[in-house]
Design a protein around this ligand. Structure first.
Ligand SMILES: [Ca+2]
Ligand SMILES: [Ca+2]
Length: 154
């Protein structure tokens, strides 16, 4: 009849081991102090004509709230359908924002271009995902209705 005390001891041990891991999850999910999706203009202002200027008025801001620059090469931005933008070499400074515009243009500090010929962010609902080069999900941001056409992710 030593099974019960042993099982109880095992439960206590398991709880002690998993508690620190569980405590770390909310901090990671809150994206505080990390690289994260900040704001999305998913409905380009005005009529959606698919002109390049209209496509470029659709964008996602990614913010680096860490104290260090981050090399974004290989990071991915993906919509809910699976359309994917993969960053080339781009160093985002500490506390800086980079804007990913949907249309075509020349990459410059603060702005990169997806080079799409059509919109990627659905006006009536979509989900943006920011994915690390390793494939792990770093952040996501979704909306389910049109609202003002913008979404403040955090
Ligand atoms: Ca529009
Ligand atoms: Ca989409």
């Amino acid at each position: 009849m030593r099974i019960r005390p042993t099982a109880a001891w095992a439960l206590v041990t398991a709880t002690a081991l998993t508690a620190p891991l569980l405590a770390a999850v909310p901090a990671a999910a809150a994206h505080q102090g990390g690289l994260h999706l900040a704001k999305i203009q998913y409905d380009s202002p005005g009529k959606d004509t698919r002109s390049n200027s209209s496509l470029n008025a659709e964008w996602v801001n990614i913010h680096n709230s860490t104290r260090s620059p981050i090399q974004l090469k290989g990071y991915k931005l993906k919509d809910d359908t699976g359309y994917t933008y993969t960053f080339g070499s781009y160093r985002i400074g500490a506390g800086k924002t980079v804007k990913v515009r949907t249309g075509s243009g020349r990459n410059a500090p603060g702005t990169v271009y997806w080079n799409r010929k059509s919109y990627v962010w659905n006006n009536d609902g979509d989900k943006a995902r920011l994915i690390k080069p390793t494939g792990s999900l770093l952040d996501s941001c979704s909306w389910t209705k049109k609202d003002k056409g913008t979404k403040n992710c955090h």
